[in-house]
Write a protein that binds this ligand. Structure first.
Ligand SMILES: NC(=O)c1ccc[n+]([C@@H]2O[C@H](COP(=O)([O-])OP(=O)(O)OC[C@H]3O[C@@H](n4cnc5c(N)ncnc54)[C@H](O)[C@@H]3O)[C@@H](O)[C@H]2O)c1
Length: 376
C-alpha cells in the first residue's frame, strides 16, 4: 500500500468512450460547480436526493453549481430502502420531466446507494437514456454503489431485480460528507471497504487492520487512502467485466449469505446492507474453512477485524429469531446468483484470495447453516 500523503486523488474507470473519472478528496462538494461545468451542454440540472441528505448538503451543492452558472431543480425523495420502488421511480421520472430535463442534459444523484441506484435507473430510461453524475454521500456509496453503473430498484420478488447497466459520466467523492453520517451507517460502509482487501488484496487488508480505527474515527488521510484503494479495485474489476459475466462476481463476496439475511429480516433497520455483508463475509470464510478450502484461522482473523469496526459477524449478533436453515436456503435459490438450481458462492482460499465457486452442494450449505444457527 502506497503511504504517500495526498489531499485529492483521482481514479479512472476505463470503459472506452464511456470512461469516467472518480475524484476523491475533502471539500469537493464546494468545488462541484467548477469541476462539473465542462460536462454540461447547457447550464441546467436536476438533483435527486433524499430528505436526510437534502437537509444537510443540498444547499451547498446548489450554491456551488449556481456559482458556476448552473441552475438546479431538486427532487427530494423519502430516505430509506423502500424508496427503491416502482412508485418512487415514477415520481422521479415525472419530476425530471417536469424539471425540463432533456436528452442532452445531466442528472445529479446526491445521496447514498438508494438514491444512486434509483436516480441512475431513472436516468437510464428517461427519454431512452440521459447522462448522470454520482455524488455519493455514504461510505458504502463512495466505495461501491456509485462506481460501476449498476442501477435499479427492488420488486416484490426481490432486491435489485429491475434495473439497467448505466455508467455515470463522473463520480465526485467528498469525504467531508461522511462527517454527518450516523456511526452505524459508517461501519456498514466499512464492511465494503474490508471486502476489497478480503477478495483480492491481502496487503490492503493488513493495512486496514492497522488503520481501520483511524478511518472510522475520521482521519482524512486514512479515509482518502481507503476510499481510493477501494475505488481502484472496483474500477479495475468493472473495466474487465462490466456486465458481470465473470470476475465482477467476486464483488459479491459475502452477498449470497448476506442477501438471504437481508430478505429474512425484511430489508429493515434490523440489519443494514453492509452489516449483512459483514456477517456474509465471515460466513464465507467459516464455510470455506469447513470445506477445507482455506486454512483454519483466517475466519477468526476476519471476524476480529470486522468486530473492531463494531460490525456483526454471526447470526447470534442479530436480535430476534431467524427462519430455519431450509428457508434461508430457499431464499438463496431465488437470489439471482443461483444458476440452473446450483448455488454459486464466492469462497476463499485465504485473505485476498476469493474465487467463484459454482455448483456448491445444497447439502453442504444446509449443514453449515444448521451449525451456524446452533451457535446462535
Ligand atoms: N449499484 C451498486 O453497485 C450497489 C452496490 C452496493 C449496494 N447497493 C445498494 O445501495 C443501497 C444501500 O446504500 P446505502 O447504505 O448508502 O443506503 P442509503 O442510501 O439508504 O443511506 C443510508 C442512510 O444514510 C442517510 N445518509 C446518506 N448520506 C448521509 C450523510 N452524508 N449524512 C447523514 N445521513 C446520510 C440516508 O438518508 C439513509 O437514511 C442498497 O439499496 C444496495 O442494494 C448498490
Amino acid at each position: 500500500m502506497n503511504t504517500t500523503e495526498f489531499a485529492h486523488a483521482s481514479v479512472a474507470v476505463e470503459l472506452g468512450s464511456r470512461s469516467y473519472e472518480i475524484a476523491i478528496g475533502e471539500g469537493l462538494l464546494k468545488e462541484a460547480g467548477k469541476r462539473l461545468r465542462p460536462l454540461f451542454k447547457r447550464p441546467l440540472t436536476a438533483i435527486v436526493t433524499d430528505s436526510h441528505v437534502a437537509g444537510l448538503h443540498l444547499e451547498a451543492l446548489r450554491a456551488s453549481l449556481a456559482s458556476a452558472g448552473i441552475d438546479s431543480k431538486p427532487i427530494v425523495l423519502p430516505a430509506g430502502e423502500a424508496t427503491k420502488s416502482y412508485r418512487h421511480l415514477a415520481d422521479t421520472c415525472d419530476g425530471l420531466l417536469a424539471a425540463g430535463i432533456e436528452r442532452r442534459d445531466l442528472v445529479i444523484a446526491l445521496g447514498g446507494g438508494v438514491i444512486g441506484d434509483l436516480a441512475g435507473f431513472a436516468a437510464a430510461i428517461l427519454r431512452r437514456g440521459v447522462d448522470f453524475i454520482q455524488i455519493p454521500t455514504t461510505l458504502l456509496a463512495q466505495v461501491d454503489s456509485s462506481v460501476g453503473g449498476k442501477t435499479g430498484i427492488n420488486s416484490a420478488h426481490g432486491k435489485n431485480l429491475i434495473g439497467a447497466f448505466h455508467q455515470p459520466r463522473a463520480v465526485l467523492i467528498d469525504i467531508a460528507l461522511l462527517d454527518t453520517l450516523p456511526g452505524r451507517e459508517l461501519a456498514a460502509g466499512y464492511a465494503e471497504v474490508a471486502k476489497y482487501g478480503l477478495l483480492g488484496d491481502a496487503e490492503f487488508f493488513a493495512w486496514l487492520e492497522a488503520n481501520g480505527a483511524s478511518i472510522l474515527s475520521g482521519d482524512a488521510q486514512a479515509r482518502i487512502k481507503a476510499i481510493t484503494r477501494s475505488c481502484e479495485m472496483k474500477a479495475r474489476i468493472v473495466a474487465e467485466d462490466e456486465t458481470e459475466t465473470g470476475v465482477r462476481a467476486l464483488l459479491n463476496l459475502g452477498h449470497t449469505f448476506g442477501h438471504a439475511l437481508e430478505a429474512a429480516t425484511g430489508y429493515s433497520s434490523r440489519l443494514l446492507h453492509g452489516e449483512a455483508v459483514a456477517i456474509g463475509m465471515a460466513q464465507a470464510f467459516r464455510f470455506s474453512e469447513k470445506l477445507g478450502l482455506t486454512p483454519t484461522g483466517n475466519a477468526a482473523r476476519v471476524e476480529r477485524h470486522l468486530r473492531l469496526a463494531k460490525l456483526p459477524t454471526r447470526l447470534a449478533d442479530l436480535a430476534g429469531s431467524l427462519p430455519e436453515p431450509r428457508k434461508l436456503l430457499e431464499i438463496m435459490r431465488q437470489d439471482k446468483k443461483a444458476v440452473a438450481g446450483k448455488l454459486t458462492f464466492i469462497l476463499v482460499h485465504g485473505v485476498g484470495e476469493a474465487f467463484i465457486a459454482r455448483g456448491v452442494e445444497e447439502k453442504d450449505v444446509l449443514e453449515f447453516l444448521a451449525e451456524e444457527q446452533a451457535q446462535a
